[in-house]
Structure formats: structure tokens, C-alpha cells
Design a protein around this ligand. Sequence first.
Ligand SMILES: [Zn+2]
Length: 254
Amino acid sequence: MIKRAFFAALLSAATAAHAASDRNPPPPGAFAGAPAQYTQFTTRELMRGFLALAFGSDLRLGVRPKGVRRFDRNITAFVSSDASVDRKAAMEQIIAEYGEVSANLKISPAAEEDDADLVIHLIDEGKFKDALIDAFGATVADAFVRRTDPQCMTSVKSRGDGVILRSVSFVIADQGDKVFLDCAYHEMLHALGLSNHDQSNPWTTLNQRRMVGYLTVYDRTLLKALYDPRIEPGTSRQQIRRVLPQVIRGIKGK
Ligand SMILES: [Zn+2]
């Protein structure tokens, strides 16, 4: 009996050496009580996240895109603030942080909302559903709220070939730092093409059971991979499986 327990312990130690490691505290600016993060991941752990998060979404309207969705160009972003708490500057700083993730996705400020590729609406929680109705009409807003009971949301409009035309996000600004930061970092990942959730992934901000509120090494790596030149809009799941290990090794080597 004892021998068997010992063997099991050895086995788990050996597994741990190859799994998520190098735990770091949350970075400055994170909300009080934000979770720590692991900073080293295996290729398999990163592939699992990419395959779960870069395909599918909570609610799809229109044709199913044939592969991953992402922008195919440098983009502009606009933050509109209708909230009772002014978090425009904080949101713009978060967008700038995302704009530094990949040399293939520069994000610069747009002068007008209408010209922007990516729009973030900062709103009060009490106006959330009305804002969705304004933006998408009552039918879509109702369906979305009924199916997902969201706190914040992002709508990504893309072409059939996977190129994102425009992303529009709604982020709650009047419910404290924790809700704002969690929503802001979470919705930005959706807006840039990681559309889905994975409630069993312990590392991503796109696990709705976690509140993270900063850009983790894990999510940053997934985003870098999505914008790697070897992965294009429309790249299929099968092609991703082939090319992703090489892409991830390249990112980890840097
Ligand atoms: Zn989400």
C-alpha cells in the first residue's frame, strides 16, 4: 500500500515538471485579490486553450466562419464613455497594452467612433440591456441576454473568410475596479478574435468562472499565436493543429 502511494507521488512530481509552472504574483495595477499567474506553459497546454477559444462563440448570427477569425490589418480603436464613472483613460491604456502584444496588430486611436475598427462602450450596469438593444435591436439583445446572462459583451462582425471587419464591446464601468478590469481584459480578447469561453481552463481570462483583470502570459501567448503570420483569418482547425506547435515554440523561444 505504502509503496503504491509513493509511486503515485513520484509520478505526479514528474508530471508537474512539464506542466504550467513559474508562478508569479499579479502585476501592478491588478485589482486587490487578483489571482497569481503561471508564466511557463507546455505547448500542449497552450494548444488546448487556442483550439477551445479561437473557434466558436456564445451566439452566432449568419454564416459559420470556416476557420479562425482575426483582423488582417493594423486597426484603430475608439472608447465611448456614457458611464457615471469615467474610465476612458484606463480603457485606452488597456487597449494600448493589447496593441503591444504582436508586431502584426498595431492599434492606434480613432478620432471618430464611426471610423474605428474596434469600439468599446463604457456603460453603467443598469443601462446594459438598453445599450444592447440600441446597438443590435431587441431580437438579438433578448436572445443574447437570455442565453448567456452576460455582464459585459462583445459583438464581432467578420466576413466568411474569417477577416474581422469590426468589433463592438460593452464594458461595465460603474461596479468597481474588479468588474471593470475583469470585463475590459476579457472583452478585448473577444474583440481581437478569441471568441469563445472555456470554463474548465484554469489559466485563461476567458474562463467565466474566473475573475482575472489583467493580461496574463497565457492569454498574451494565445493572442500572439493568433496574429502570427503562419496563422491567417480562415485557417481551419486541422491546419491549426499542424502549424500551432511550431508557432508556439517560436513565441516561447523569444
Ligand atoms: Zn466572454
